[in-house]
Write a protein that binds this ligand. Structure first.
Ligand code: NAD
Ligand code: ZN
Length: 367
């Protein structure tokens, strides 16, 4: 089944197409976006090795020549130096504003490609072909692009929207299990933010999503994209509700930071634990019922994600290190930080001034 999600923004809108086998029609989908007989494609070595051939075949079927560049897999590709290499490549190939630049890969390739597209001649046409579950439900939607700096992640970036997103859920078949689960955590996040009906659905079909049963998978990706599109269209530049998308991310980022952003703890794994912590902290503050927090934990655990602080990969984590990381991350004043909490399942809200000392006591109790 093919799903279509329309992202409506103030000045423009675009489609997200979701379903198995979309790569075969990529040429037909991209041809209307360019008057040039070629398409530029940026990927990483792993994804390129698996799928660049299929994409090339589809493009050539539509009369389009593929110009491919592959970066090394890994967060290192999101750097100023590699961004420069990509821009040099595009310029040396004579790429112009009316050329299409495709990101074929996960969030790393997507973030790097989007930023390159925004800078080339002040903006060339950008298309996302996300190949990880995380990229299909999160990073390819919303227009945030970036590379990292030595001072921190995603510090050099731009808001730049794609003209089209093609999410071929069939490509996820080759994704390692841990990466799948990490993406699934972000799917659960949308249910926990504002969609209790989706939570019910995930309790029934979540394991089919993780097992890549195509109907359930495409449906979950579509619901997630629709949720993110809805939130982003209300607040493209993150001055308000877009912060809800950070549910579980303040605790999660702290875990990642203490772990030194190593691959022993994937972002989505950290977010799964972070969401469980945010819900349990909400229960501690008397905002929501602890049995609801347990229900969300059970959903995550059933899929194979960790929700207990003592079992988070890359640990052990101390409460003092986590609190310090949260303080650095949020630059909160006078011991307060903004935190996304919940009044119930599907009822997340932004608490602008959570008390860090109290959060520290809570974390201490979790250890
Ligand atoms: P990733 O791009 O590194 O992909 C994970 C790994 O899977 C890589 O080794 C990649 O080569 C491999 N891979 C990708 N697709 C595959 C496939 N179909 N089959 C087999 N292997 C495949 O990581 P990610 O988790 O997709 O993205 C993480 C990045 O996304 C981070 O840099 C993060 O900052 C960024 N991000 C951005 C946003 C945003 O809004 N722009 C949101 C969330 C995350
Ligand atoms: Zn995330």
């Amino acid at each position: 089944a093919l799903h279509l999600v329309r992202v409506d923004l103030d000045d423009r809108s675009y489609d997200i197409r979701i379903g198995a086998g979309l790569i075969e029609g990529a040429g037909t989908a991209l041809a209307p976006l360019t008057r040039q007989p070629r398409v530029f494609v940026l990927t990483d070595g792993t994804v390129g090795g698996l799928y660049a051939g299929d994409l090339e075949k589809s493009l050539s079927g539509a009369g389009l020549d593929m110009r491919l560049k592959a970066v090394s897999p890994g967060e290192g590709a999101k750097s100023w130096a590699i961004l420069g290499e990509v821009l040099d490549w595009l310029l040396s190939e004579g790429a112009g504003r009316d050329d299409v630049l495709v990101a074929l890969g996960g969030g790393i390739v997507g973030d790097l490609t989007g930023l390159a597209a925004s800078l080339m001649k002040r903006g060339m046409t950008f298309v996302q072909m996300p190949t990880t579950l995380l990229a299909q439900v999160d990073s390819s939607v919303g227009g945030k692009t970036a590379v990292n700096a030595t001072q921190g992640k995603n510090l050099i970036g731009a808001f730049y929207q794609p003209a089209l997103v093609l999410a071929d859920t069939g490509l996820l078949a080759t994704l390692p299990t841990r990466e799948r689960l990490a993406g699934y955590a972000e799917i659960v996040k949308y249910a926990l933010i504002d969609d209790p009906a989706f939570l019910d659905w995930l309790e029934k079909h979540g394991l089919d999503v993780v097992a890549l049963k195509q109907d359930a998978l495409a449906e979950a990706v579509a619901i997630s994209c629709r949720a993110k599109a809805r939130i982003v269209s209300q607040d493209e530049r993150e001055s308000g509700v877009r912060a809800l998308l950070n549910l579980g991310h303040t605790f999660g980022h702290a875990l990642e930071a203490v772990n030194g952003f190593q691959s022993s703890l994937l972002h989505g794994e950290a977010v799964a634990s972070g969401m469980a912590l945010a819900l349990r902290y909400s229960a501690r503050l008397g905002l929501m019922d602890i049995t609801d927090a347990c229900r969300a934990e059970a959903l995550l655990e059933k899929a194979g994600l960790v929700t207990q602080l003592t079992r988070v990969p890359g640990g052990p984590y101390t409460s003092s290190a986590l609190v310090e990381a949260m303080k650095q991350d949020k630059k909160g004043r006078a011991g307060k930080i903004p935190l996304i909490l919940a009044r119930g399942l599907g009822q997340a809200f932004i608490l602008p001034d959570a008390d860090l000392a109290d959060v520290g006591e809570f974390l201490e109790g979790e250890l």
